[in-house]
Design a binder for this molecule. Structure first.
Ligand code: SAH
Length: 254
């Protein structure tokens, strides 16, 4: 089994593959204040097994293209959407977030939870913008420092894992530099990490290790997750995901 296959096996049976929550999705939608009298064209980028797409389809008059580069996640979303009678509204597709096939200015809304870091916050914002209609909306969550200063251990850990990590001020400046106008920002609370993400994975470590007995990479993967969870619990007042809501304002940022 490859590392990716192991990662998929550890994460695919859970509702979400990153921190987040239904209440927070609704809060972001409230801030976005979309005009939903017409059917909205939406992309959910880095959708995983589709928790956000499924919720958006329930709430909005919309057509959603749900994008992930892992076919296992897309297959799970396809069967969940089918079971819930939502395949009319959700089209799950296997595709990379840095090579999308939308028309220019096709989308009313780009949604992306816990995923933009894979191509980088600034790169993602710049590349995705062409697909948004003028004044289209982006709702995106991104790992964010909550304080100006922080202990060295957590500073080093995140700077190595994701050098683009910054404070909300940094992120809002990036949003503006990329030609969007910020509408709102809030921080994901602890339950989005603990109850919705870490605890469900933690409960599965033993059965995962049983399934992959003797597999070195599987053990290593669990150790990395344990380390990440430990650091979150120790330093949670210093970082979280920020949820950023912004509107496209200009075509050609300098
Ligand atoms: N939005 C989901 C999943 C977040 S995890 C949730 O909140 O639960 C990040 C997701 O990004 C994973 O499903 C991963 O497969 C996907 N991903 C990573 N790199 C990608 C890429 N280059 N293109 C498309 N999806 C990618």
């Amino acid at each position: 089994m490859t590392e990716i296959e192991l990662l998929v096996d550890l994460h695919k049976n859970h509702e979400r593959q990153g921190p987040g929550g239904r209440k927070e999705l609704e809060k972001a939608l409230d801030l976005a204040n979309l005009n939903n009298s017409n059917c909205l064209k939406i992309a959910d980028i880095g959708c995983g097994t589709g928790v956000s797409s499924l919720a958006l389809a329930e709430i909005l008059n919309c057509k959603i293209t749900a994008i992930d580069f892992l076919s296992d996640f897309i297959n799970i979303l396809t069967s969940t959407a089918k079971k819930r009678g939502q395949l009319e509204k959700i089209s799950p597709i296997v595709c990379s977030m840095d090579n999308l096939s939308f028309e220019k200015e096709e989308l009313d809304l780009i949604w992306s939870e816990g995923a933009i870091y894979n191509m980088g916050f600034e790169n993602g914002l710049k590349y995705w913008k062409q697909f948004l209609k003028p004044f289209g909306t982006i709702c995106v969550s991104e790992i964010t420092w909550l304080t100006d200063k922080r202990p060295q251990e957590i500073n080093n850990y995140w700077n190595e894992a994701y050098p683009e990590i910054g404070t909300a001020g940094d992120k809002l400046r990036t949003i503006e530099r990329c030609g969007y106008s910020p509408i709102g920002y809030f921080v994901l609370p602890e339950e989005c990490w603990e109850n919705h993400y870490y605890k469900p994975i933690e409960r599965d470590f033993d059965s995962f290790l049983d399934r992959h007995q003797g597999n070195h990479m599987a053990k290593e993967l669990v150790n990395c997750e344990i380390q990440e969870i430990k650091l979150y619990r120790k330093y949670k007042e210093f970082f979280s995901y920020g949820f950023y809501i912004a509107e496209k304002v200009s075509e050609n940022p300098s």
